[in-house]
Design a protein around this ligand. Structure first.
Ligand code: COA
Length: 190
């Protein structure tokens, strides 16, 4: 059974498309993770399930349901063909009430790095988060040695707020993370 969301998230940039996945994307998602396992598990959690089509058949529906329920906005980054997955960009744990916030996570295929593609993808997603999802605050955290990730966030305007020790389990090690955030100065009560 597929879940039909009344809302959509499909963001078209000059070199990337950022959107919520569909069942037709599963082969491309799995190919992306299989080709990039060694690259991606250095800086972000990489459960072995990411390599399984059966896992993504369930996970794609979960992500669509999460988006429809306003709990998250977990997207993939596609080539302009709208079919080839080259990365992921996730807004997780949307909290409303007095917080109006979410966590941002992202990762790009190794062969696509260094061209500003993740900057383009995240600029689209951040604008969507502030204008359509009406979030006030986005938080994003990275390992101190992840210079590329630090540079992506800095260019988007995120500011460093501190260091969390032993913050996230990555590749079997509890890794410290630099904590950053971006808030939405145009946010209005609505
Ligand atoms: C972090 C990541 C998403 C960056 O994506 P990207 O599209 O390569 O990013 P960009 O091309 O915009 O480059 C980012 C910055 O890194 C800089 N950079 C390029 N190569 C670099 C290198 N070897 N070392 C340090 N910085 C480098 C670029 O100059 C750019 O900085 P600038 O915008 O100030 O010029 C990508 O490297 C990645 O997926 N890494 C593995 C997963 C990961 O780390 N996810 C984030 C977890 S917090």
């Amino acid at each position: 059974m597929t879940f039909d969301s009344p809302r959509t998230c499909r963001l078209v940039g000059q070199r990337v498309i950022v959107r919520i996945p569909e069942q037709r994307d599963i082969a491309s998602i799995v190919r992306h993770f299989r080709e990039n396992e060694a690259h991606l598990d250095e800086f972000s959690p990489f459960p072995k399930e990411f390599l399984s089509e059966a896992f993504w058949r369930i996970q794609v529906e979960a992500q669509r349901r999460e988006f429809a329920g306003d709990h998250g906005c977990k997207t993939f980054v596609f080539e302009p063909d709208d079919a080839t997955v080259i990365g992921s960009a996730n807004l997780s744990v949307i909290v409303r009430g007095a917080f109006q916030s979410a966590y941002l996570g992202y990762a790009l295929a190794g062969a696509k790095q260094g061209q500003g593609l993740m900057h383009e993808a995240l600029a689209l997603l951040v604008r969507f988060a502030f204008t359509e999802l009406r979030l006030h605050r986005i938080m994003a955290n990275y390992m101190p040695r992840n210079a590329r990730s630090a540079a992506v966030l800095k260019r988007l305007g995120f500011t460093v707020e501190g260091l969390a020790q032993r913050y996230l389990l990555i590749n079997g090690v509890w890794e410290d993370h630099v904590l950053t955030s971006l808030d939405n100065p145009a946010w209005k009560l609505g």
